[in-house]
Design a binder for this molecule. Structure first.
Ligand code: CO
Length: 458
């Protein structure tokens, strides 16, 4: 039996989940060559929230990080998380911007694009899949795992088939909330392996304590690769620790061979880094949090919510707001909770409780209801859709949303011609207009300290 392989997420999801995406490139570079020597099937080093966080909080140019990590770890494929038509931002972009961003990332050395869509609409992933392949990189089509009355193993397999038909080189089960139970995993992995002729990878979080058992089931069902991290940027809301997975696999014919001494060495090197990021870490994220099972939402959403409800003076409404989340999801066609839909659903649930159901609708929630984020897994509640159409003064759509977006790249180039010095600058400005402008201003006028991006804040 062929061994399973591991991808190491410590340089991306590990610190995104456990230290608010604040690990600096300088702290990554010493461990990168060791990681590179270990034979991981991929190192997740970029994408997700790291680009926003680099510009916003760390005063780091994201493309410099990628260049530096590629130089420090040249052998192992590098992997990034890409939000399909949302790229690494929060809204849909025109195809030419998606194509330019993917091509630019590949030019800086990105090897594997893990592409997902926040409403699981494969049409929103097609442009990036095509662009990644055109750039000679791998495109991994990603299924956001979620539970609802309309989601079954068969619906996920159908989605996998659609992504494979679009040319995806592998299918990834992305369990952002850490909610997929081991035996469901076994059924899903077996079905995908049986139905599709391409590798199946899995990504989970150990938030509810299920992660490692989920991987065991996936491995027994024939999954090709699992995402692991390295303690202290592992377990809890992060990926299961690599060393723990190796111990769990003792006696399993598919146990892979990763050097435990090196893992311990890296872990020791990372301890002071984790300590230094203490104010972004939380004990709650380090331990098994059964609340995530109780409320069926991602761990990050729970912690954000505790803060936000406090700020709104709504702490006493916690249970009520959480009970409203499935109501909002159902009305919006049972969308998954992942960036940015987790925020959109959360805020709408809060507004429903505060002002009465659908009395106050955010433009983003309305756009989901009207199809501007893509095709949802189930139909949107017609009453809610009608309210949203009235509020926004626009009609629902059923086409691929980006079909309605004219090319934008030249417009951005013109718009930013005074501040952008490269295409990388233009792309960053397109994705994060205010944040990137502030960053570039600071970069190009180093004396103006008052222009420096906002200091790190939780
Ligand atoms: Co994740």
């Amino acid at each position: 039996m062929n061994p399973v392989t591991f991808n190491c997420t410590v340089l991306r999801d590990g610190h995104q989940s456990l230290a608010a995406t604040r690990m600096k490139t300088a702290d990554m570079l010493p461990i990168a060559p060791i990681l590179d020597s270990m034979g991981f099937s991929a190192l997740e080093t970029w994408g997700g929230a790291t680009i926003d966080a680099g510009l916003r909080f760390l005063k780091e140019w994201p493309f410099d990080r990628l260049d530096a990590l590629k130089k420090a770890a040249p052998k192992t494929p590098h992997m990034m998380l890409l939000r399909g038509q949302n790229i690494v931002g929060y809204t849909n972009y025109a195809d030419d911007v998606v194509e330019a961003f993917v091509a630019m990332s590949a030019k800086h050395g990105m090897n594997i694009f893990r592409i997902f869509d926040c409403v699981n609409d494969p049409r929103n992933m097609e442009t990036s899949i095509r662009a990644a392949k055109k750039a000679g990189a791998q495109a991994h089509g990603t299924i956001c795992y979620t539970t609802s009355p309309v989601h079954t193993t068969q619906t996920f397999v159908d989605m996998g088939r659609e992504l494979a038909d679009m040319g995806a080189d592998a299918i990834v089960i992305k369990d952002m909330a850490g909610l997929i139970p081991p035996y469901v995993t076994q059924e899903l992995v077996s079905a995908l392996k049986k139905d599709l002729n391409i590798p199946v990878w899995i990504h989970t979080h150990d938030t509810a304590g299920l992660g490692a058992s989920t991987y065991l089931s996936a491995i027994d069902a024939g999954v090709d690769a699992c995402d692991v991290s390295i303690s202290p940027f592992a377990n809890g809301t992060g990926q299961p620790d690599c060393l723990r997975m190796l111990a769990l696999l003792n006696g399993n014919p598919r146990k892979p061979d990763y050097d435990a001494d090196k893992l311990i060495e890296i872990s020791e090197m990372l301890k002071p880094v984790y300590e230094s990021l203490g104010k972004f870490a939380s004990h709650r994220n380090e331990v098994v949090d059964s609340d995530t099972l109780r409320y069926q939402v991602p761990g990050g959403m729970l912690s954000n919510f505790r803060t936000q409800l406090k700020e709104q003076g709504m702490e006493d409404k916690f249970e009520e707001v959480f009970a409203e989340i499935p109501v909002v999801r159902k009305a919006l066609g049972w969308i998954p909770l992942v960036t940015p839909t987790s925020q959109i659903v959360g805020v709408q649930a809060m507004l429903n409780v505060k002002f009465g159901r659908w009395k106050n609708i955010t433009p983003q929630a309305a756009d989901i209801a009207l199809g501007y984020y893509g095709r949802t897994s189930a139909p949107v509640d017609p009453e809610v859709q009608k309210l949203c159409a009235e509020k926004m003064g626009k009609e629902p759509i059923t086409c691929r949303p980006a079909d309605n977006i004219a090319p934008e790249l030249e417009t951005y180039k013109e718009q930013f011609k005074d501040i952008a010095k490269s295409e990388e600058d233009v792309l960053s400005l397109a994705l994060f207009p205010q944040v990137a402008e502030k960053f570039l201003n600071w970069r190009d006028n180093p004396h103006k300290e008052e222009e420096a991006p906002a200091p790190a804040a939780a």
